[in-house]
Design a protein around this ligand. Structure first.
Ligand SMILES: [Zn+2]
Length: 497
């Protein structure tokens, strides 16, 4: 299930993905299996992303499906955010049959469940009390909210009388903090999309209506006394259906913190597309046991290069049939076509990161040499894809020491240069001016260190400190000659002052 009240956070991918794995695994065994995913578009708008607060506050309390889309081209608020999440899931190879909760209610598919729930209102309250232990029993309480006929809100109505055909309700002014009702009272049929069951009853009602046999849930729903426990009781005592097989899966964490879409912190699901190639993004979720918290902290860390390395390791296991689990993980991370089991050259992500910072390196030529034969079309595509994501990583996520671009201003670190390092720089300026061939320049620079009796490592680090503010860098001569000489010489002169 997904409630389309904003952009899904990246951790929201975990649920659908775990179910996709089960679906595909069952399908492979020849089972007749259906994978459904419910869009909770009948839920009320009970909070808004910050950018929408100004224009959409007037819709708080309305069913998500009855609120206009924030952008043109979508039927509703719900459709806009659902569509965004569906696209992300599709890009990761997750294509369930989508069901709209609003439509199912409207079509009368929940009528029976509503009747059962209203008839068993007292029992449901007993179950709430017994399982979660907190809620006090409320006289006349009914497990339903209807859409107010006067103002259109569903989040503000309290239903308090059920005569077997209609319910009485009041649109309460102060019932919830996030929306204000209009005060209207009336009677209405609870069926045919006029009303909706509250979440804890709505969930098992979906199991009954759809015929769900397997459904996992995030750990927070599965905690003792939580909505999963209540749903189980309702299944056996109220709805009288078979309990679906359920399993809790762990949280998705960023820097040790659980992501919350309402606070807009961290990454959105849609960001995954600009962070990782689809197969590697899928791999991130497939690789981690659903029973373990998934830690993902890509900013300023080696998380992404490490993830690529791990992906490549599983690829190797797949090709060589060396480790069944890793091989299977690789297989299940593929999206459209399974890799042919022929050896494909996977360029290491961190090498690509280095190469793209050296314009004089022809990456494709380099890999052809390494491979010893022509690259296949697949290999060329993979290299191109990794170049794309290496550029993104360098620009947005890499630790600062990875960016090897010429710095615009004189780095602070030049203050730390010793007199002998400065002398080396001064003398190397002439060598740079004279040499256009990187091999020759590299040799000349090396000979200069001998001539000055300066430690070669110290000498070369003076070059990197002056130009990129770091102690290390790519091979000096090649690095130096990729820029206009005038610019390089000017920067080195400044550094020696
Ligand atoms: Zn109202």
């Amino acid at each position: 299930m997904f409630t389309p009240s904003g952009f899904a956070h990246i951790g929201a991918i975990r649920g659908p993905l775990v179910h996709d794995l089960i679906y595909k695994a069952l399908k492979r065994t020849g089972s007749d299996v259906k994978f459904t995913f419910v869009i909770n578009d009948f839920d009320p708008v009970d909070g808004l992303p910050e950018v929408l607060q100004k224009d959409f506050s007037k819709y708080l309390g309305f069913p998500l499906r009855n609120v206009p889309s924030p952008e043109k081209g979508f039927d509703s608020f719900a459709a806009y955010f659902a569509n965004d999440f569906k696209n992300v899931l599709k890009s990761l190879g997750i294509e369930p049959q989508y069901l709209s909760s609003y439509d199912m209610y409207k079509e009368g598919k929940f009528d029976e469940a509503i009747k059962i729930a209203l008839d068993n209102a007292d029992k449901i309250q007993d179950i709430y009390q017994k399982v979660s232990g907190s809620k006090k029993k409320e006289k006349g309480w009914l497990p339903l909210q209807v859409i107010c006929e006067k103002c259109g809100k569903i989040g503000t109505t309290r239903v308090h009388d059920w005569d077997g055909k209609t319910v009485a309700y009041t649109c309460e002014k102060e019932m919830v903090k996030w929306a204000k009702g209009c005060g209207y009272s009336g009677r209405i049929s609870p069926f045919g999309g006029n009303g909706k069951l509250p979440w804890k009853v709505d969930w098992p009602a979906h199991w009954m209506v759809i015929g769900v046999t397997i459904e996992g849930a995030g750990k927070d729903h599965a905690s003792a006394g939580g909505s999963m426990d209540i749903a189980r009781e309702l299944v056996s005592q109220v709805f009288k259906i078979n309990e679906p097989y359920n399993f809790p899966y762990e949280h998705f964490l960023i820097g040790g913190k659980k992501m919350a879409s309402s606070k807009g912190l961290g990454f959105k699901a849609r960001d995954s597309q600009n962070l990782l190639p689809p197969e590697v993004a899928r791999f991130l979720f497939v690789r981690t046991d659903y029973k373990q918290a998934l830690e993902f902290n890509p900013v300023g860390t080696m998380t992404i290069p490490d993830l690529f390395d791990e992906y490549d390791r599983c690829y190797k296991a797949y090709i060589e049939n060396s480790d069944e689990d890793l091989s299977r993980i690789f297989e299940m991370s593929q999206i459209n076509n399974l890799f042919a089991k022929e050896k494909t050259f996977l360029p290491r992500f961190r090498d690509i990161v280095n190469y793209i910072q050296m314009p004089n390196v022809d990456i494709f030529k380099k890999y052809e040499e390494l491979k010893g034969e022509q690259l296949t079309e697949t290999e060329i595509n993979i290299i191109n894809e990794r170049i794309k994501y290496a550029k993104i990583w360098l620009e947005k996520y890499a630790p600062s020491e990875f960016n090897l671009q010429l710095s615009e201003i004189l780095p602070e670190k030049v203050k730390e240069l010793s007199e002998e390092q400065k002398l080396f720089l001064k003398k190397s300026i002439d060598l740079i001016a004279e040499n256009d061939d990187p091999e020759k320049l590299q040799l000349a620079l090396y000979n200069l260190t001998k001539e000055l009796k300066i430690d070669a490592k110290k000498a070369f680090s003076a070059i990197y400190i002056s130009l990129i503010g770091k102690e290390f860098g790519p091979k000096a001569a090649w690095f130096l000659l990729q820029y206009p000489k005038k610019e390089i010489i000017k920067k080195l002169e400044e550094a020696t002052k």
